[in-house]
Structures are given as structure tokens and as C-alpha cells.
Design a binder for this molecule. Sequence first.
Ligand code: HEC
Length: 128
Amino acid sequence: MKLRMVLLFCVIALGLTIAACGGGAGGAQPAGDRKGDATKGKTKFDGTCVSCHGPDAKGLPGLGKDMTTSAFIKGQTDQQLVDFVKKGRTANDPANTTKVDMPAKGGNPALTDSDLFDVIAYVRTLMK
Ligand code: HEC
């Protein structure tokens, strides 16, 4: 009887340990909490987005929009913005405001989700 109690205790303890590990270290980050690295984002922004949005993200005339005062960007989560940039916004999209294409991933298919989270983190530092 006593041995069975000890065994039972061991099984429960083991179960708790596994549950604790599963929820903590090594687990994937929940999508909503993902945060990019603004320093890495600057390099990627300067490599791709800068050609239309300008070095300070204020937008170049006839090319890209000012991101620093964008109510659209303010109203979106990082995840939503990454999804937006992956898709872009073509000139014939009803949501398009300038009749100029925002190409998917700024026209740079090499950018990964993680790169885009970094770029968004950087853009947020330029916001007014
Ligand atoms: C070839 C030019 C071009 C490049 C490169 C480009 N964009 Fe754009 N982007 C645009 C245009 C044009 C718009 C405005 C679309 C519209 O009129 O609604 C826009 C709009 C946006 C918006 C929405 C702003 C708003 O207020 O509606 C975001 C966010 C954005 N771009 C992010 C990026 C990021 C991040 C990159 C780099 C990965 C990038 N863009 C690269 C042209 C570009």
C-alpha cells in the first residue's frame, strides 16, 4: 500500500514537470506577442522599403506613403502589419489611397516573417 502511494506521487510529480517544461522553455512564442528587433529592422528597411518610403519613412512623392503619421499603422498589431506587408496593396485595391502599388514584401521576396517583424519594430520607432 505504502509503495503504491509513493509510485503514484512519482507519476504525478513527473507529469507536472513535463507540463511545466512544455509551457516554458523552447515553446514557440504566441503569435500576438511576437516582437521584432528594431536595430535589425533598420538594415532591412534601408535595403527594401527605403526606395519608396524614404530614409525616415516619410514617403517619397509619387512612390510610397508617409508611415510616421499613418493612422492605419497605429491601428494595426505587429502581426496584422506583417500580414499586410506580405500581401501588399495594389493600385486597384479599394483600400488604396494613392493609386500607386505597394508591392508584396516591398518587392523583396527574400524577406521572411521574422525580417518583417523587425522592420515593423523599426517603423514603430519612427512614428510620431
Ligand atoms: C515600390 C514602392 C514601395 C516599396 C518598395 C514599399 N512600399 Fe509600402 N507602400 C507603397 C505605396 C505606394 C503605399 C500606399 C498604398 C496606398 O495608396 O494605399 C504603401 C503603403 C504601405 C503601408 C500602409 C501605410 C498606410 O498608411 O496605409 C505600409 C505599412 C507599408 N507600405 C510598409 C512597407 C514596408 C514595411 C516596406 C518594406 C518591406 C514597403 N512598404 C516597401 C509603396 C512601396
